[in-house]
Design a protein around this ligand. Structure first.
Ligand SMILES: [Cu+2]
Length: 235
């Protein structure tokens, strides 16, 4: 979902257009988990993006959860897009190698803690709002039940881990353990080789390992863990 060529020279016009766009959208598209972002000059990896949830009282899974929460994943660059794009679209980059993210964010922040009530079921709407990298996601010690994919309700399906590429969304039910003795990590782990595999398909094998190291120097720093914190008194 994108706002292409929004008239950035006029903020009021942009705001009116944007509000109208979102209202029209909410009335016409099917309910579900979406996100909005700018498609102009790489604004969205720098922050012009956000979740867009279209709710409905008529979900086929109505009544299965106690609370719903939105969780976003994204890659994050320490340099801003104007500079990165200039290097990306340049004769000095003949292979078209994309800029490599420096780290990962969850819900556009660090050190996120998600307070939950023991025994309750949460509907997590998970969105990869990243510019480039896919992420694996899992809840330590918990199983997910997928009920929505990219804005479409699905039959319930269990999953221990999800692979979420940039722009994809999943809606999952997670039931908390009925005890408060420990916290559990929600882990988003950036895919370090997916794009590399795609890119190297036409290259001689002898260059493969060299290629991987030169273009994907990811380290464990791109794994983001946040805590699922049991708080019995939470209301
Ligand atoms: Cu887009």
């Amino acid at each position: 979902m994108s706002l292409v060529n929004l008239p950035s020279c006029n903020l009021i016009a942009s705001f009116i257009f944007c509000s109208f766009f979102l209202l029209t959208l909410a009335k016409t598209v099917q309910p579900g988990t979406y996100w909005y972002h700018s498609h102009t000059r790489g604004q969205y990896p720098d922050g012009l993006r956000g979740p867009l949830i279209v709710e409905t009282p008529d979900s086929p899974h109505k009544g299965k959860w106690d609370h719903d929460l939105t969780l976003t994943l994204s890659d994050w660059y320490h340099d801003q897009m104007p500079g990165l794009i200039a290097k990306f679209i340049s004769y000095a980059n003949p292979t078209g190698a994309e800029p490599v993210p420096n780290s990962a964010l969850m819900s556009d922040t660090q050190n996120l803690k998600v307070a939950v009530e023991p025994g309750k079921t949460y509907f997590f709407r998970i969105i990869n709002m990243g510019a480039f990298a896919a992420q694996y996601l899992w809840f330590e010690g918990h199983t997910m039940r997928v009920i929505e994919v990219d804005g479409v309700w699905t039959d319930e399906a269990e999953a221990d881990m999800l692979y979420i590429t940039a722009a994809q969304r999943y809606g999952v039910l997670v039931t908390m353990k009925n005890e408060t003795s420990s916290n559990f990590a929600i882990v988003g782990s950036m895919d370090q080789v997916g794009r590399a595999k795609y890119r190297i398909s036409a290259l001689p094998r002898v260059f493969v390992s060299l290629f991987l190291f030169s273009f994907f120097p990811f380290t464990s720093s791109v794994k983001r863990r946040v805590l699922l914190t049991s708080e019995p008194s939470l209301k």
